[in-house]
Design a protein. Structure first.
Length: 241
């Protein structure tokens, strides 16, 4: 479908959303709901990770322990790891380009558009509709929210998922531990949480994919949301949820 200007409608919508999100990068302020969520995630990490015990393990053993601990979907938490190199690249690029729009495929077809804001070592996810109500935001984590909630609530949007990146073992074991806590299972289940966690890592650590993230933050007029949809296998007729 195209607009009267001849530009594909999906592309025009992407430009509008991207430009609006890009403008929100100015003058962020700490806001309570997300700050509380980040604090909760940080506190949870103290109960999850016993660094002293892991120091005696090989990197392979640490990875195995971490993945097994997060293998139970009923606990609404997921885990993965990053190599030393991936962690370094992710950290630098997350600081350079903190925002991104990520379509999450939903059962039955269509997708839910998530917006991510990275401020390592945390990542928070919430719907864009919620987030848009109050766009000012600053806190030490990555925020993911749906486009709709971002537009309606801004930083007062409820967090749907918190991703924490632990760097304590980067020097000694050459890997960072990544944990995702699902807060709102109504919007993101454990399977989807694993997918989101891996997509965030891929878009920030793979050079070709990162070009989309960079454009989203630094050249919004050139950002092609249709290319992101195609990259993730969403058909041209896919509708957002």
């Amino acid at each position: 479908m195209t607009s009267r200007s001849g530009v594909p409608l999906l592309q025009r919508l992407a430009w509008n959303a991207t430009g609006w999100l890009h403008a929100q990068q100015r003058a962020y302020q700490p806001l309570a709901p997300l700050a509380v969520a980040a604090a909760a995630a940080a506190e949870a990490s103290k109960k999850v990770m016993d660094v002293e015990k892991l120091l005696g393990c090989t990197p392979e053993e640490v990875t195995d322990i971490w993945l097994k601990f997060h293998s139970d979907d009923t606990k609404n938490m997921v885990g993965s790891t990053m190599t030393r190199e991936e962690h370094a690249v992710f950290t630098a690029r997350a600081k350079e380009s903190p925002l991104f729009a990520l379509p999450l495929a939903k059962p039955g077809g269509g997708y839910l558009t998530l917006v991510s804001q990275c401020q390592a070592p945390f990542v928070l996810l919430t719907t864009l509709e919620e987030y848009r109500r109050v766009p000012q935001f600053q806190a030490p984590f990555v925020l993911l929210t749906t486009l709709g909630e971002y537009r309606s609530k801004g930083s007062t949007a409820p967090a749907h998922m918190a991703i924490t990146i632990y760097s304590e073992l980067v020097e000694s074991k050459g890997l960072a531990l990544v944990r995702g806590d699902v807060v709102e299972v109504a919007n993101i289940d454990a399977r989807e949480a694993r997918l989101v966690q891996e997509l965030i890592r891929a878009f920030y650590t793979h050079d070709e994919d990162y070009q989309m993230v960079h454009a989203f933050n630094h050249a919004p007029a050139k950002f092609d949301f249709a290319a992101v949809l195609a990259k993730l296998g969403h058909g041209g007729d896919a509708e957002k949820k």
